[in-house]
Design a protein around this ligand. Structure first.
Ligand code: PA5
Length: 387
């Protein structure tokens, strides 16, 4: 293997000016912070606050509202808990709720910045319908909205890009959800705690000090470089595939899309029949987990691989590490974090800023100013709360 730019600390440090690689390396510590801060069952902290908020309520379903780097925590939670959930757990990314969501549901509103208009708008919609809510945020308008309505506000430290705060947001969401009493909360916290050594070890294996020759995250970035990334997941790795796509977009500044087995065998696969050279610009990542794949999924994945490898720029099979369901999911999440950051460096970009997202948010603030209208609706709701 020829020397890689990724092994040049000076070049890497210059491009990664805001220190995304350092943030990823510290991120297992974020989960430790959450467990220490929000998971205490001493009858006083976050869990007690949530239990008292839902006391006497029969929860028919839970929905999580968020966008982008905040919403993905909801997807991860739903995939993780799918085998044990007694009620629906849905993720909404929109400006309002479907008409059939009523007061028998509980909403968890997740926005790292606290200023995302879709999340704020859906929160107001929920409060106008009398739906109980819990807000998770590092501050912003969502924190103020929760203070005005009296809903619990669970806080995480600010100062990061939302996507880089995943290991604050996801564990906080998990602990918050566990406080609803729908699943075995101590077992959830235990599984989460059990992931931390694996996450720390994963950071050591993929970190910038490990040369490309022995660093799977750098190797993955080098294969993706110059191509559109297609990430194929299945089952509980649906959210992981989605996170991979988002990280390749936002960190890597690179086009990417994701799809999942078995659905992709009913449409996406046929696209690979193309002979005009389009497919030669696509790198395909297939998430595999042989010990946890059904025979049908294993057969589908093998068949799909045979079709794709004839045409793709490259095909890469990724397998998780760890033993618990959550550890296996998060091991791939960290790989995505590192590989996408290395891809940004190969693309000559700083992984941290997201100018196009910020530019659109600024434009919406200037042209639509939804916050003003939401504040007015909030004052009506808050007036009723205080009557
Ligand atoms: O990663 C990002 O910066 C985005 O995907 C944001 O998460 C998204 O725009 C929503 O913002 P927030 O997470 O602050 O609600």
């Amino acid at each position: 293997m020829k020397p890689s730019l990724l092994d040049d600390p000076a070049a890497t440090g210059t491009l990664d000016a805001a220190g995304m690689l350092g943030t990823i390396a510290r991120s297992p510590g974020f989960a430790t912070w959450v467990l220490a801060t929000h998971a205490a069952s001493d009858g006083k902290g976050t869990l007690a606050m949530i239990a008292s908020h839902v006391a006497g309520m029969t929860i028919k379903g839970v929905f999580i509202v968020g966008m982008g780097g905040s919403a993905i925590s909801g997807d991860l939670l739903a995939d993780w808990l799918r085998p044990v959930l007694p009620v629906p757990l849905l993720v909404f990314r929109d400006y309002d709720l479907p008409p059939w969501i009523d007061r028998t549901w509980l909403g968890i509103f997740l926005s790292y910045s606290g200023n995302t208009e879709e999340t704020l708008s859906t929160y107001i919609d929920a409060k106008e319908r009398g739906i109980p809510g819990i807000c998770i945020t590092a501050g912003g308008a969502l924190g103020r909205f929760a203070a005005a309505t009296g809903d619990p506000r669970v806080e995480v430290p600010g100062g990061l890009q939302p996507r880089a705060a995943l290991l604050y947001l996801f564990p906080t969401l998990a602990i918050t959800f566990s406080g609803l009493g729908l699943v075995d909360g101590p077992a959830m916290a235990g599984e989460l705690r059990g992931c931390i050594p694996l996450l720390e070890d994963t950071c050591k294996r993929y970190g910038p000090d490990v040369p490309a020759a022995t660093n799977p995250a750098k190797q993955l970035a080098m294969k993706l470089h110059g191509t559109v990334a297609a990430i194929y997941g299945f089952g509980q790795y649906t959210s992981v595939a989605r996170r991979f796509k988002g990280q390749i977009n936002e960190n890597g500044k690179n086009p990417a899309y994701f799809d999942v087995l078995s659905e992709l065998n009913h449409n996406e696969t046929v696209g690979w029949e193309n002979d005009d050279g389009v497919t030669g610009h696509v790198s395909c990542i297939m998430i595999r987990d042989p010990d946890h794949e059904s025979p049908a999924i294993a057969t589908r994945a093998g068949f799909t691989r045979q079709l794709v490898e004839k045409k793709a720029a490259s095909i890469i099979e990724l397998q998780p590490t760890g033993t618990s369901r959550l550890a296996r999911m998060l091991s791939l999440v960290l790989l995505a974090d590192y590989a996408s950051t290395y891809l940004a460096i190969l693309n000559g970009k700083d992984p941290t800023p997201v100018e196009y997202i910020q530019g659109l948010k600024d434009e919406l603030g200037r042209k639509v100013n939804m916050l003003q209208a939401l504040e007015q609706r909030l004052s009506v709701i808050a007036g009723k709360v205080n009557d």
